[in-house]
Design a protein around this ligand. Structure first.
Ligand SMILES: Cc1cc2nc3c(=O)[nH]c(=O)nc-3n(C[C@H](O)[C@H](O)[C@H](O)COP(=O)(O)OP(=O)(O)OC[C@H]3O[C@@H](n4cnc5c(N)ncnc54)[C@H](O)[C@@H]3O)c2cc1C
Length: 512
């Protein structure tokens, strides 16, 4: 049975729900797909701790100052116009979310409390529940989205198009394969952390949106820039999703130490423990390699009232037997955020008519070579809402879609554990030419696969996206942002541009 809608949204995190609600407000019929069961913790949005970066009126902050910090973190690859456009729209989007019921933490004067995170020169991060911002953003959006037609356990497996424009989505439902016919499709599928053995991302973050877009012939960019969060809780576990220790803890004075108690960030960057994430992650990685230690430590013993201000972090630490008020917190860098993704403008329009993307799956030009902390919830809210409006407008002008059968070429995949091993070894915080060549060779040996389950489909998506990341990382023979090449440690002004990628006729990722 074919489902019909004006707009199909794939994903129920911040970007998907912002998009779905905006398209519905614009008067269009909307169907929202989510590959998971409806449960807490199904989206990356739910796990966000630190907060949302936003310029509040009547403060010493300004859009220009927030833009300047974002561009500085982005290592010369942000699109300044996109950054300005998104940052300038931030307060309106956050105020709308508050009007829809989101409750952000306030100070004694009743105004939203502001904290600081790495790379920000001002206190401009609003938060909720102390360090449970994402859970509150998700709660408020879920509540507002009660009016939306949300189909849980529906995995989007292919984008349908007639060569010129989008006509719908192929889905795997609990009752088998189906089709959603729609002239507008919004990818809001989140990140790709499960390219790696250990990640802060939930199970659903398998790069599906980038793979769907590449398979359909759309363009992606900046995929080599994968942010490794410096402080993932080190609990000795082998892999999978691992908890994050928010950077806001360092914003409140916590310091990074090595196993001998020496400060790791001393003398490395003027912002010290609050240097941009790539700098901190690379410094920890280098110290661990030099000393052979399994983990570094975060000293939060000097943070005032740590259990009240950081209840999530405290509970995570207590669960592994560590009291952050009295003991050091063991941490290690982990795959966290994809700065690149499906190429879009600041309104979520991709290179393909009818296809939109928003949130972590998209490359709007906001993050460039490295994302500034707490800029992603902001981007998801702003661009999600805009993509919903743009998709609604497109649906109105394009009219009802009539999808033909799925025509995608057969997929290929390698074993997920093997893929994660090679990515974690060769394409991690530090890369080099021979390691990237070895990874490419391994991925080339992918076997043809006809996806019958969600897991099969995800394996094919992970394999395509891994190959695209490796191609982009091999192409960029320099170090910039969160892409660190051991064989090209310097930044090369001649490479201060994005690397756009498409699949070629043999389905290999090629620089466009
Ligand atoms: C631990 C952690 C802490 C973070 N802290 C912060 C922070 O403090 N501030 C900040 O700004 N950012 C933070 N981030 C980043 C931010 O949370 C994410 O980038 C953002 O929430 C992504 O939102 P999204 O809507 O793009 O994707 P998600 O919230 O991940 O949602 C993706 C959705 O797509 C669905 N999906 C995926 N593939 C398919 C498919 N094939 N078919 C159907 N459905 C599919 C998933 O089921 C899910 O519903 C953090 C991230 C993590 C993991």
């Amino acid at each position: 049975m074919t489902i019909r809608a004006d707009v199909v949204v794939i994903g129920v995190g911040v970007a998907g729900l912002a998009a779905g609600l905006a398209a519905q407000r614009a008067g269009r019929s909307v169907v929202v797909l989510s590959k998971t069961a409806p449960r807490r913790g199904a989206t990356a949005t739910y796990y966000a701790q630190g907060g949302v970066a936003v310029v509040l009126p009547d403060t010493d902050d300004s859009v220009a100052a927030h833009v300047a910090d974002t561009l500085a973190a982005g290592g010369g690859l942000c699109d300044a116009d996109a950054v300005t456009s998104i940052v300038a729209d931030g307060y309106r989007a956050v105020a709308d979310l508050a009007a829809a019921g989101a409750r952000f933490d306030t100070g004694p004067d009743g105004r939203w409390s502001l904290t600081r995170e790495g790379g920000h020169h001002r206190r401009r991060i609003i938060h909720a529940g102390g360090d449970a911002t994402g859970a509150e953003v998700q709660r408020a959006l879920d509540h507002a989205a009660a009016t939306l037609d949300i189909r849980a356990r529906h995995t989007a497996t292919a984008l349908l198009h007639d060569g010129a424009q989008i006509t719908g989505v192929a889905v795997l439902t609990p009752d088998g394969p189906d089709i959603v016919a729609a002239p507008s499709v919004i990818l809001a599928t989140g990140g790709l952390g499960h390219l790696y053995r250990a990640t802060t991302n939930p199970d659903a973050s398998t790069g599906d949106g980038v793979a769907l877009a590449l398979w359909a012939g759309a363009q992606a960019a900046d995929l080599e820039f994968i942010q490794f969060h410096p402080t993932m809780l080190f609990d000795g576990a082998a892999g999978g999703r691992r908890p994050l220790i928010t950077e806001a803890l360092r914003g409140e004075g916590a310091r990074l130490l090595d196993a001998d108690g020496e400060p790791i960030m001393a003398g490395i960057h003027p912002l010290g423990d609050l240097a941009p994430r790539d700098v901190v992650a690379a410094a920890i990685d280098a110290r661990l390699r030099a000393t052979g230690a399994d983990c570094a430590y975060l000293d939060a013993r000097g943070v005032a009232d740590v259990a009240r201000r950081f209840p999530t972090v405290t509970a995570l630490c207590v669960a592994i037997g560590v009291d952050p008020a009295r003991q050091l917190i063991p941490v290690t860098p982990g795959a966290h955020y994809s700065c690149g993704g499906v190429s879009t403008d600041p309104y979520g329009r991709t290179t393909m008519p009818g296809l939109f993307a928003a949130g972590e799956v998209a490359r709007t030009g906001m993050h460039g070579a490295n994302r500034l902390a707490s800029n992603s919830l902001l981007e998801g809210l702003v661009v999600g809402g805009r993509a919903g409006v743009a998709a609604a407008e497109h649906a109105l002008s394009a009219g009802p879609a009539t999808p033909g059968p799925e025509t995608s070429a057969p997929r290929a995949a390698i074993d997920r554990a093997e893929l994660q091993r090679v990515m974690s070894t060769e394409v991690s915080v530090l890369r080099d030419g021979p390691g990237l060549a070895a990874a490419a060779e391994k991925l080339d040996r992918a076997r043809p696969l006809t996806p019958r389950t969600r897991r099969d489909f995800e394996d094919a998506a992970l394999t395509t996206v891994a190959a695209a990341v490796v191609a982009a990382a091999a192409h960029r023979a320099e170090s910039r942002g969160c892409h660190h090449r051991a064989d090209f440690p310097d930044t090369d002004d001649g490479q201060a541009h994005s690397v756009p990628l498409r699949l070629d006729d043999t389905r290999d990722a090629r620089v466009a």
